[in-house]
Design a protein. Structure first.
Lengths: 168, 571
């Protein structure tokens, strides 16, 4: 099954390589991995999308937790959550294709964010599934290059990811 | 007090109570070496190869429970140390490794002797640091020791650029430490203890399976207390030998690939496996698909990640095994009247029957020396009280099977990584910690040559360890696998051109002996151990074709052991 794991990571040099190294050395899948600073300057937040049965996911979480730089983690797939991914697609279009493209863009709530002669960059943010759908709709056009940000997400409602208070 | 970074390093080690640092100098570490020269609180031991430094620190750590400390230079210094760091990592041994690094402005420019120490060590350390500022040295070293020693122990690397060891800062060793991302280990809940003890009291075919975690937690006392309260059969892993004394009637031998028949059969047939500080690794379980089909698994470990990793636990308890054992014992005392030895009668009858096969038997020979015989005599001559290190191969298994350990911290071997070359330097580290004890390295002619240069260190520091070389002129364990699985195609397992070990030992300033007749074994051992202040290298010319039995072969379950040909069978 597909899981989205959010990790609060100490903003230390090498922290990212510890996480990515863990995944490669133990043979865990990474579908995507994103990391960026948070409102707390000492912490980064990483979002890992991975797949595996319950036992594998349990191991992934335990092994991540063992890393000294991991401050907290949460499998946000378990409860309700909001998932987003940004995609940019550069396509070349002939004049007669422009209308079709605009229709597709509109139906996905996407936008054309960069325009140059016969080359458009389409931008969309949505769930990873939505991104997949957009890409398959654009399949017939001439995709020159594309980039996906990888998923990010937050659990909805009361559920939050924060550092557990240390009780001594 | 304003000090240089190098002095801060050494002073921090002193604050941690470090007695010995095992190391080897080089450019990037020279300021630190100069600081060692200015003091005599912490003694630096000069080895002959950085691998030797890590194994020596490791032997020191395993025999004392303290943290071993290593100092090496950048580049080849740290790469040479990696094997020893990985060895400590696989066996969860507390160790702090300090490595010099090229100056900060040169990092990333392929400077002379630059290597990414943090990157290259990452898969085999519990944690590592690259210090960026002289003001961080003391607190980083404090953290390194804390991480190495607490929770599931392990090696921690601290990489220190050379310019930082020349910078000056105020020295103040921190007293407290806050690491929000490294919380204290979990404690067991009262309810978990009650449930676990309930399972013990109703078990009809229980077995206690105790591993290296008992050694790491120094939990042998409460373990023995529990074993005697319950009267359960108990097996130790290769890493846990000595946790329950070999002479204890409840001890049914080591388990796993070369464990006893009775220990492996009891694991297979058990209705309750009580795993204490053990991790169900593949050398223990054999194939997993028919592992202990009827057993409920009670698994206690400080590391949550070992729970459910290989074998699913029915009753998991994540906590310090010593604390858990004490809690078990309290609960067992409370419920003393519910302990019913009658329940175990049939189980013990079955175990005794398995034991009657005497699965470790071997043919005694009066012409050629059997390696097992040497180890048995070694036990007698040392009164079973020696610290025994070993290398990796058949001799390691013979030592484990036949020495008979009465206590923890006495059996020192590379169980997880299986590092040939470990034995001699590890014995040096043990000897530093236990000057008056007998320290023995049981080795093979293959393994000993992997760190033989440390004989010079033994000379320099007067370390009268005894080397027991079980010389079968083969990479014996490899030869055994080739005999069993490759139709005796002995590809590259024969050691041609062995050195004259007597001459070699003498060249290093030690005593060498060669023993070729079984009748000379005991006398030679006595003679060697009588030389209290000399290193004696004893080259025993042993049976070339001897194999380690019994054995769980690849792809087999632990109830399908291969026995020595000619073994008794059960009626
Ligand atoms: C560094 C290293 N290289 C290779 C091996 C694989 N290996 C395991 S046992 C063994 C043979 C050891 O031979 P020896 O030291 O003579 O001991 P014996 O088995 O003959 O007792 C080898 C090569 C290893 N464990 N470690």
């Amino acid at each position: 099954m597909r899981h989205i794991i959010s990790v609060l990571l100490e903003n230390e040099s090498g922290a990212l390589s510890r996480v990515s190294g863990l995944f490669s050395s133990r043979g865990y899948n990474i579908e995507s991995l994103t990391v960026a600073p948070t409102n707390d300057s000492t912490l980064s937040r990483m979002t890992i999308v991975t797949t595996g049965d319950d036992r594998k996911i349990d191991q992934i979480e335990k092994q991540l937790n063992k890393l000294v730089d991991v401050a907290a983690l949460q499998d946000i797939t378990i409860a309700g959550h909001l998932e987003r991914e940004v995609v940019l697609v550069k396509i070349s279009v002939l004049d007669e294709q422009i209308d079709t493209l605009k229709r597709i863009v509109k139906s996905f709530n996407a936008s054309i964010s960069d325009v140059s002669p016969n080359k458009f960059i389409v931008e969309m943010s949505g769930s990873c599934e939505k991104v997949d759908e957009l890409l398959s709709s654009l399949q017939n056009g001439d995709i020159i290059e594309m980039v996906r940000s990888g998923a990010i997400g937050l659990a909805s409602g009361e559920e939050t990811l924060s550092i557990p208070c240390q009780i001594d | 007090m304003q000090l240089t970074g190098a002095d801060i390093v050494v002073k921090s080690l002193k604050e941690e109570g470090v007695e010995y640092v095992f190391g080897y100098p080089g450019g990037a570490a020279l300021h630190i070496y100069d600081a060692f020269h200015r003091q005599d609180d912490v003694q630096h031991i000069l080895v002959r190869h950085e691998q030797g430094a890590t194994h020596a620190a490791d032997g020191y750590a395993r025999s004392t429970g303290e943290c071993g400390v290593v100092l090496v230079t950048s580049g080849p210094g740290i790469t040479n140390a990696i094997t020893g760091i990985a060895t400590a990592y696989m066996d969860s041994i507390p160790m702090v490794v300090l490595s010099g690094q090229v100056m900060k402005p040169l990092i990333g420019y392929d400077a002379f002797q630059e290597i990414d120490a943090v990157g290259i060590s990452r898969p085999c350390v519990k944690h590592n640091f690259l210090i960026q500022d002289v003001n961080d040295i003391a607190s980083t070293i404090k953290k390194a020791f804390h991480i190495a020693k607490t929770g599931r122990p392990g090696p921690v690397l601290v990489d220190i650029p050379k310019d930082i060891t020349a910078d000056v800062a105020e020295f103040l060793y921190p007293q407290d430490l806050t690491m929000r991302s490294y919380p204290a280990p979990r404690k067991a809940l009262p309810n978990e203890i009650v449930i676990a003890v309930e399972a013990m009291l109703s078990a009809k075919k229980p077995i206690i399976y105790a591993g290296g975690g008992i050694v790491a937690a120094s939990a042998q006392e409460p373990l023995r207390d529990m074993v005697s309260k319950l009267g359960f059969p108990c097996t130790n892993t290769l890493m846990g030998l000595g946790a329950v004394a070999h002479s204890d009637p409840n001890f049914i031998g080591m388990l796993g690939m070369h464990g006893t028949y009775e220990a492996n059969m009891a694991m297979h047939d058990a209705d309750l496996i009580i795993a204490l500080g053990a991790r169900f690794d593949d050398r223990i379980t054999g194939t997993l698909h028919n592992f202990a089909p009827d057993a409920k698994i009670l698994h206690v470990d400080i590391d949550p990640s070992v729970i459910d990793k290989n074998i699913k636990a029915d009753i998991p308890i994540v906590a310090d095994v010593k604390e858990v054992l004490i809690a078990f014992n309290n609960e067992l005392t409370r419920r003393e009247k519910d302990i019913n030895p009658e329940l175990l009668k049939e189980w013990w009858r079955q175990i005794k029957q398995w034991q009657s096969l005497d699965s470790l038997w071997y043919e005694v020979d009066d012409k050629v020396i059997k390696p097992q015989f040497v180890v048995q005599k070694l036990h007698e001559v040392t009164g079973g009280q020696a610290y025994v290190t070993s290398d990796v191969g058949q001799h390691q298994m013979f030592a484990a099977q036949f020495y008979g350990f009465s206590d923890t911290h006495r059996w020192i071997n590379s169980g997880g990584l299986g590092t040939m070359g470990f034995g001699l330097p590890a014995a040096m580290g043990v000897k530093f910690a236990h000057r008056d004890a007998d320290v023995v390295c049981v080795t093979g002619e293959g393994s000993i040559q992997m760190c033989i240069q440390e004989l010079a260190t033994c000379k320099q520091y007067d370390l009268p360890v005894k080397v027991i070389n079980l010389n079968n002129r083969y990479l014996g364990m490899v030869r055994q696998w080739q005999e069993f699985s490759y139709e005796k195609r002995y590809s590259n397992s024969y050691m041609d051109s062995l050195p004259d070990f007597i001459a070699l030992s003498e060249a290093y300033g030690h005593v060498g002996m060669q023993i070729t007749k079984p009748s000379d074994v005991e006398g030679a051992l006595k003679e060697a151990f009588a030389m209290k202040d000399r290193l004696v290298f004893m080259d025993f010319i042993t049976d070339q074709q001897e194999n380690v039995y019994p054995m769980i072969e690849a792809g087999k379950g632990h109830h399908e052991m291969r026995m020595r040909p000619g073994s008794k069978t059960l009626a």
